[in-house]
Design a protein around this ligand. Sequence first.
Ligand code: NAP
Length: 299
Amino acid sequence: MTADIIDGKAFADGIRTRIAGEVARLKDEHGLTPGLAVVLVGEDPASEVYVASKARQTVEVGMESFEHRVPADISEADLFALIDKLNSDPDVHGILCQFPVPDHLDERRIVARIDPAKDVDGLSVTNAGRLATGQPSLVSCTPLGCLMLLRDTLGSMSGLDAVVIGRSNLFGKPMAQLLLRENCTVTMAHSRTKDLATHCRRADILVAAVGRAEMVRGDWVKPGATVIDVGITRVPHPEKPGKTKLIGDVNFAEAVEIAGAITPVPGGVGPMTIACLLANTLTACARIHGLAEPEGLTA
Ligand code: NAP
């Protein structure tokens, strides 16, 4: 058996097209343009690439993009003053600060300063708590993207056994909450889990978010399972000297022979993250203005 390959790039393209349609409708019917503000502290080259990509995709769907580049030695007080300004700016519906930030700044305090209604990364205690207690929330973008791919692949997930490897606040915990809401029986595995392979072999849905290249072997996968590979490890390219390539947490060549459906790396989960950031910005805009939320773009 060879698994269906879940094409996250095509799915993300479709989401962006839908978002662009919704943005045009908001403009026509309500004179509103959703706006996303991204704050970049310092000049980390990887962050520069992410921020440029976010800004480009934001503009492409018809939203306003506000980029705020501030020096690496900015004080917490000055950064908070900027966030406060964005919190009260009616043209801004989503705010994110690109992490990591320099050591003198505390990521948790930065997230806590952002208005939860504009916290499109879904990282605040308020949004995490709302998700955990079944209230409308803004959900962290990568788990939201995985949920969309799973819904599209499986339809109902009710009663399925799901295993999430990794328990970070950014991904593992919200992913587990989302699967629980879909009525899965959820196991959260982590670095202290005993006999991880045995847990994985029971999973109808296996989600790996660790950051250890190819740690999930083919014989850890239940036949027919849906495998979502979130992990990204950059390694030297075997055929192109000086170049690198991305490897997932799952040994794709082995797992594709056993699974029912699987996301590749790259081209699986990765493209969904920015698409879901735009979806969250649209959702935040609709909620802030008391309008109906776009269907299928929220958890
Ligand atoms: P993280 O905060 O480093 O968390 C990693 C998790 O993996 C931790 O919960 C850790 O357990 C667990 N772990 C480590 N070694 C393990 C092992 N041997 N067996 C089982 N579990 C183990 O990472 P993250 O932010 O969640 O990201 C995870 C991966 O997803 C990374 O590769 C990251 O680059 C990728 N990612 C991709 C996207 C995307 O857009 N595609 C977005 C977010 C993250 P403990 O809690 O016990 O330490």
